[in-house]
Design a protein around this ligand. Structure first.
Ligand code: C5P
Length: 398
């Protein structure tokens, strides 16, 4: 899929730069041409010799290199690629990109390019969590920069948390998704998935049995058709798909805010099992057993994200797809739900325990739309997702 594509790989100065050497190999294996740029700091971690040997091409380092400027000016260098990949994207590089600074070759290329940019951040967990980095991330996402990772785990600095650069094959998957030229190329699609957790106190929460498997499969299938997918997920059992923009949330309110931040989109697919209620004032201390009897939990209703988006006057997605998990009278309940929510399609399924659908690998769904009801035979959740993605592509092409 990457044959005859050119990637401009900007390697930032972090210990994760060693993984970028492997990334170059993986890209070359898939037929891509890789132009490499090292920042000064990156040269402390990997050498220009190993980078250019693996890429099979010259490695660029200097903004004011007369030979490079004569052979290929930095403006041309920034535009001759199909995709610019920044890996590792350090806190410093993200800060420069956000601020529009251009004081070395890497940052100048990032300012001068008209090519899509994909960042694979890597930094210490505190640096990643720092409000400045999170602010920069939000701004860069709003500017259209794509991100893969960071992952959570042990860090080279001995700490644990989000900040590890994605593995080379994960970055390759994100690059392939970005380059996919399927029927949904250029379409922005939002997918919500997984359960939500509504806190009772710092250690207890209300949840449901959603595994996130169907929503994850839908996001993967849409990305495979070339869509630019934002995947807003509650705490699911299955890992998010590669090649999509992942936004992790816990509560329904956070999911609702993340959905707003992702708009506008062409299509919204709401597969999350959002908790209907939350505890009004979750305690910030663990509730204790007392002599005075049981704690009284007061509930309030969570925002209905699907309903709200379906009824938007401005910026409503062209196509809004809801899910209905029912345990009886599926068609009747789901048809009523479609009316009530105001969405275009409802994907309905029977989640009574005997079906084994909730938490399982298969699904049997009804697709309810203005055109009527389609009954799909029981099949794998991936197959349901592929069929739904195909339907969405057809609907957008009409
Ligand atoms: O829970 P309910 O049966 O109402 O869910 C039906 C649809 O509504 C699902 O697509 C779900 O993702 C969506 N929903 C939502 N926000 C809620 C509740 C449900 O988006 N608060």
């Amino acid at each position: 899929m990457l044959a005859s594509k050119r990637i401009l790989l900007i390697i930032g100065g972090g210990i994760a730069a060693y993984k970028s050497l492997d990334l170059i190999r993986r890209l070359k294996e898939r037929g891509a041409a890789v132009t490499t740029v090292l920042t000064r700091a990156a040269e402390e971690f990997v050498t220009p010799l190993s980078v250019s040997a693996l890429a099979g091409e010259k490695c660029y380092r200097d903004l004011f290199d007369l030979t490079d400027e004569a052979e290929m000016g930095h403006i041309q260098l920034s535009r001759s690629a199909d995709l610019v990949v920044v890996a590792p994207a350090t806190a410093d590089l993200m800060g420069k990109m956000t601020a529009g600074l251009a004081n070395d070759l890497a940052s100048t290329l990032l300012m001068a390019t008209d090519t899509p940019v994909l960042c694979a951040p890597a930094m210490n967990v505190r640096m990643w969590d720092h409000p400045a980095t999170q602010r920069n991330l939000a701004q860069l996402q709003a500017d259209g920069v794509r991100f893969v990772g960071p992952n959570e785990g042990d860090m080279a600095c001995g700490e644990y948390g989000p900040g590890r650069m994605s593995e080379p094959l994960e970055i390759v998957a994100a690059i392939e998704a970005q380059m996919a030229d399927g029927p949904l190329q250029g379409k922005r699609i939002l997918v919500t998935s997984g359960p939500t957790h509504e806190p009772i106190d710092p250690v207890r929460y209300i949840a449901n049995r959603s595994s996130g498997a169907q929503g994850t499969a839908v996001a993967r299938a849409l990305a495979a058709l070339g869509a630019d997918v934002t995947f807003v997920t509650g705490p699911a059992d299955v890992p998010p798909p590669e090649g999509v923009q992942v936004v992790r949330v816990k509560t329904a309110q956070q999911m609702s805010d993340a959905v707003d931040a992702a708009l506008p989109v062409d299509v919204g697919v709401f597969a999350a099992a959002v908790a209907d209620w939350r505890v009004v004032s979750a305690s910030d201390r663990k509730l204790k057993k007392t002599q005075d009897g049981l704690p009284a939990l007061e509930f309030s209703e969570n925002p209905d994200i699907l309903k709200r988006v379906s009824h938007m006057d401005h910026g409503r997605p062209m196509l809004v797809v809801g899910f209905a998990a029912e345990t009886n009278d599926v068609l009747e309940h789901a048809t009523a739900k479609r009316q009530r929510k105001g969405c275009d399609w409802i994907v309905a399924n029977d989640v009574s325990p005997q079906t084994g659908i909730m938490g399982g690998t298969e699904n049997a769904v009804l697709l309810i739309s203005d055109a009527g009801t389609e009954e799909w035979p029981r099949m794998g959740k991936d197959a349901v997702a592929a069929r739904l993605a195909q339907k969405i592509a057809e609907a957008l092409s009409n």
